[in-house]
Design a protein around this ligand. Structure first.
Ligand SMILES: *Cc1c(COP(=O)(O)O)cnc(C)c1O
Length: 453
């Protein structure tokens, strides 16, 4: 029985898979004023080579050799079989997990940070600004900027900044600069601080600050970088699922029956799942499940419409599932899942019935994380624990049905910088939050003022 399945460097995929080639076209993004989006709206924010990737409908896109060479530091990542969890559950299911916690920054995020910084450097960008929730993206971008010689400025959501102070130290180790958001450094930040000096912040507000700083540099050498949501980010992450496919094939498994990943903005889910959505479109029978927290139920309860990616309304309007750009998620510890919107491509896959989302509460997820630590051994990110909890549900279902299903899931990151959340859970200090219907109704009313799909 294979418990660890490795690929060598020569087997690493040399192309990314672009699901936009196979899904029905998504409605076009719009400029913030609701007009059609022209390149001059995007070009102060992103370099043209990434804008081209963003709108591409080519099915396969070559990974430049220089990027491949950097990814070798930790890729191909291992595929492992969770036999110890299987035994503890007494399930006939075979559970496999792609382990993205092995990257230098500790999550899947460097898979897109490296290409984004590389394309920016090629374009002439000197400084990148960004936001970070739990700190994973800020670390990944700082890491990538340090390898490629760019300056990195990170706006970190205040609640995570306070919960995870060592994330800032990690960013600084790679030469990044990290400030808590809302901050005094931008007009958007000062506006929120004036309303409430102790506000916990949100990804939406941090994005506004980072975009504002990039656009304010009229020399054009400062650009903004987003760690999830956009099409080119989903594209870069597909290396996860493409590797997983090769790894399963190595041990004679033609296809998984169930594919599971947590979804915040959708990138680690897309990374693992899009190559299997390709197979599903071509006739394979696979259940594909993005998992989100019940406190931020974008896909399961959100509205599919145009919305801004940020709180202040500086970004283009994207067609996606959303809880409204003013949504203030409950202070759950899975910071990477506290986002009001969702990748338009993931939203489209859900709309077409190619993926069926699930929402899980915080306590069940932490409890699954402890089961994982006490069987497989790894202390995983609170975000990833949502995928584990869903996999446990699926494995128990397979047991009831007596089916030997193959379950494939993504461990998007390790939890070694997230111990404050574990500590609170172990001390019984965490609670579940479910979102009152009034909040959804409020979002619906606010979104009513924006263009409709
Ligand atoms: C950022 C992050 C997520 C959520 O972002 P996606 O774009 O939905 O993948 C999940 N897990 C970890 C470990 C993260 O760092």
């Amino acid at each position: 029985m294979s418990i660890k399945i490795f690929l060598d460097e020569s087997e690493m995929p040399r192309q990314w898979y672009n699901v936009a080639a196979d899904l029905p076209p998504t409605p076009p993004p719009l400029a913030p004023n609701g007009e059609p989006l022209t390149p001059d709206v995007l070009s102060p924010i992103f370099p043209m080579n990434l804008i081209e990737q963003e709108v591409s409908t080519e099915r396969w896109i070559d990974i430049p050799e220089e990027i491949v060479d950097i990814l070798y530091r930790w890729r191909p990542s291992p595929l492992r079989r969770a036999v110890f969890l299987e035994r503890a559950l007494g399930t006939p299911a075979k559970i496999f997990y792609k382990d993205e916690s092995v990257s230098p920054a500790g999550s899947h995020k460097p898979n897109t940070a490296i290409p984004q910084v590389w394309y920016n450097k090629k374009f002439g960008t000197k400084t990148l600004t960004t936001e970070t929730g739990a700190g994973q993206w800020g670390c990944a971008l700082s890491f990538a900027c340090s390898l490629l010689g760019l300056t990195c400025k990170v706006y970190m959501v205040r609640i995570s900044f306070d919960q995870k102070p060592f994330r800032k130290t990690m960013m600084e180790a790679w030469g990044g600069k990290c400030v808590a958001s809302p901050s005094n450094e931008t007009e958007s930040g000062r506006k929120y601080l004036a309303k409430d000096p102790s506000m916990p912040g949100s990804l939406g507000i941090a994005i506004s600050e980072a975009v504002e700083e990039a656009v304010a540099d009229k020399s054009g050498s400062t650009k903004y970088s987003l760690g999830s949501v956009l099409n080119h980010v989903m594209l870069h992450q597909t290396i996860i699922g493409l590797e997983a496919k090769k790894q399963l094939a190595k041990i004679g498994i033609k296809k998984p029956d169930v594919v599971i990943a947590c979804a915040g903005g959708g990138s680690n889910f897309a990374g693992l799942a899009f190559p299997f959505i390709h197979d599903k479109i071509n006739g394979e029978n696979i259940d594909i499940i993005p998992v989100e927290p019940t406190s931020c139920p974008t896909l399961t309860r959100g509205i599919y419409t145009y919305d801004f990616g940020d709180a202040a309304g500086l970004t283009p309007l994207l067609p996606m599932h959303t809880l409204g750009h003013n949504f203030m998620p409950a202070p759950i510890h899975a910071g990477g899942l506290r986002y009001h919107g969702m990748s338009p491509l993931v939203s489209q896959a859900v709309k077409c019935g190619l993926a069926a989302p699930m929402a899980l509460p915080q306590l069940e997820s932490y409890s699954a994380a402890l089961t994982w630590a006490r069987t497989e051994g790894f202390v995983i990110a609170p975000e990833s624990s949502h995928a584990i909890a869903a996999a446990i549900r699926e494995a128990n279902k397979a047991k009831e049905e007596g089916k030997e299903k193959v379950i494939l899931l993504n461990v998007s990151g390790h939890g070694l910088m997230d111990l404050a959340g574990y500590s609170k859970f172990l001390n019984g200090e965490l609670t579940d939050y479910s979102l009152p219907q009034e909040e959804i109704d409020k979002a619906e009313r606010e979104l009513d003022n924006l263009p409709k799909i």
